[in-house]
Ligand binder design. Sequence first.
Ligand code: SF4
Length: 582
Amino acid sequence: MGSKTKFTFKGPAYNMFADSVAGGAFGPMLRWAGYDHLVVTGAASRAVYLYINNDRVELRDASRLWGMGARETHKAIRKELEDEEVETACIGQSGENRVTFASITSSGWRAAGRCGGGAVMGSKNLKAIAVKGTKGIGASDPQAFFQLSLEMIERVQALPIIENFKLEGTIQAVELYDTVGSNPWKYYRGIVNPADIRDKLSAKAYNSLFKIRPVSCSTGCATACSAFHRIEGHETPLASRYRGPGDKPEYLAVATVGSLCAIPDYAAISYFYSATNDYALDFLEVGHACAFLMELWDKGIITSQDSLEWMGEPVSFEWGNVEALEKVVESVVFQRNQLGEFFREGVYKGVQRLEQVKGVPLLKYCVYGKGGSVLNEESRPFPTWMTNHAVSSRGCCHMRSVTMVDKMGLTDVSQALLGRPEAGTRFVPDLKGAFSAVNEHIVAAYNCVGICIVKACFDPIQLPPGSYAEAYTAITGVPMTPEEIYLAGRRAANVEKAFNSRLGYTRKDDTLSERWLKEPLADPGPTPAGITVSDYLDHTLTEYYLWQGWDPETSLQKRETLEMLDLNGVADILAKEGMLVE
Ligand code: SF4
C-alpha cells in the first residue's frame, strides 16, 4: 500500500496553500520516533540540520553539507551520525539558492516535488531533518491490525491493474495516452507521440533497455513499481553520455523530457529525473521552461544570440537537444546566469521576464495556470482533468482529484460514485465537475490515511479510502467508519480552500492560460476535432462548486457546508474576512 510522507507549507512557487507528498522512509521513521506531525517555525541564523533521535531533538551545524545534492547529504548525515538507519528529508542546491520551486528529497531519492517546499527549508537555513526512531508503533488491537493489514495487501494484489503496475509502474501511461490523446508532443503541438518514436518511450522499451532492480519507493508497499537501473552506455543513442546508476522515471518525467522537449531517449529521461531529484528541484517547472524555450526557438523568437547573452554561450534550443535541457537545469539550480534568474520563480514569471527583455508578448504561447506550470501532459480532451487543473488548491495540478474516469471511459466508477454514468463518457462535460469534486474528497482521504494513491486512483470503488476505517480503529482505538474517513478528506479539501480564500482567491482565479482555453487541438487523433476547453470549462466549474456546496458565482464556501463538516471555527474566520457566503 505504501506509506507516504506529506510536507505542508505556504507555497512560495504559487503563493497559495501547498503540500507535496513523497515516498522514502522518512515519515515512517518519524512515526517510530514517536511523532505524528512535526511543525518547523522560525529560521536559523546559519546552516543547520535538525536531528531527532526519539525524544532527543537538536540542531546541528550543516555548513559542511551546504552545497551538496540530496544523495550526498543523506549519506553524509548517516556517516556523521554513524548510523545507517537514520532517514532524512533534505534539500539540494536548488533550495539553498531559493529557487521557488525547489523540492524536498526523502531518503536521498524520493521527491516531494511540487510547490517549493525546498525553498521554504532553504529560507530557514534548514538543510535537512534527520530522524531515528526505535519506539515502534503501539497498536490498540495488534492482532486485528495485522489481520486487516494482510487482508488489505491481498485486496491490493488482487486488483486487475496490479500486475501491470508491478511490471511497468506509472510509465505504462505512455502507451495508454498514445491511444487516448494525452501525450504533450513538442509542447502541445500534438496530443500523441509520433508513430516512429512510440516504441522508444514505451514502458516495455524501458524494461528491455536496462538492467533493472525493482524496488518499493516507500515502506510497506508490496507492489514495488519503482526501480533502480544501471546505464552501461550502449543502450540508447544518448546512453554513453549518462553512464551509471539511475532511478526509473515516473510518467511525468517521460512526458516532460520525451514528449514536451522531444527527447525520446530513456537514458536522458532517467538522468534528468534522477538529477532533478538530487538537486531537489521540481522537474515539471524546469523541464517546462526548457520546452517553452524550444517553442520560442522554433518560432524564431529566440536565437543563439539570446542564449549567448543570457547564458554566456550560444546554445541551440532545437527540439530534442539534450544539451539545452542540461544547461537550463544547471542555470536554474545554481543561479549562475541571467537565464537562471529569469526562471528562478518558475515558468509563469520567467516568461513574463522574457517578455520584458524581448519586448514582445509571449504568455500567449505558454501553457500555464495559477502562476506556474501545468502538469506536463495533454489534458484538453478530458474535462475532469481540466477542471482539476483550474480549481486545484496548490497550483495548476491534476493530482487533487486524479482519476482515469474520462480518460478510460469508466462509466461503472461514475455510476458507483455519482449514481449516474456520464462522468465516464468521453469528450462531453456532463458530470465532470461533479466527479472532480467528489473524487477530490476521496483523494484527500487517501492522503489523510497516508497510503500511495497511484493504484487507488485507478480503482476508487474496489479500494475506497473507507476500507481503511477498521484498520484505523485497530491501531488507534478510536472508532472510525468509512463515511468518517471520506468526511475527513472533505474537511481537508475545505480547509485548503479556506486557506486560499483568506489569500483572496475566488472563482476568477480558477482558470487556465489562453492557449489551453482557446486553442483547438491541432492533431485531433483519437479525440473529436475542434474541441476547445473554453467550450466546457464554465459549465464544469459551476457544477464543481455546486457539488462542493460552495457558492457557484464566487466559489466561496458557504457557512452551512462548513458547519456540516464541523468546521464552524473556519467559517467564523472567513466571515470576519468577508470570504464566506452566509
Ligand atoms: S505503488 Fe509504486 S509509487 Fe506507490 S508506494 Fe508502491 S512503489 Fe511507491
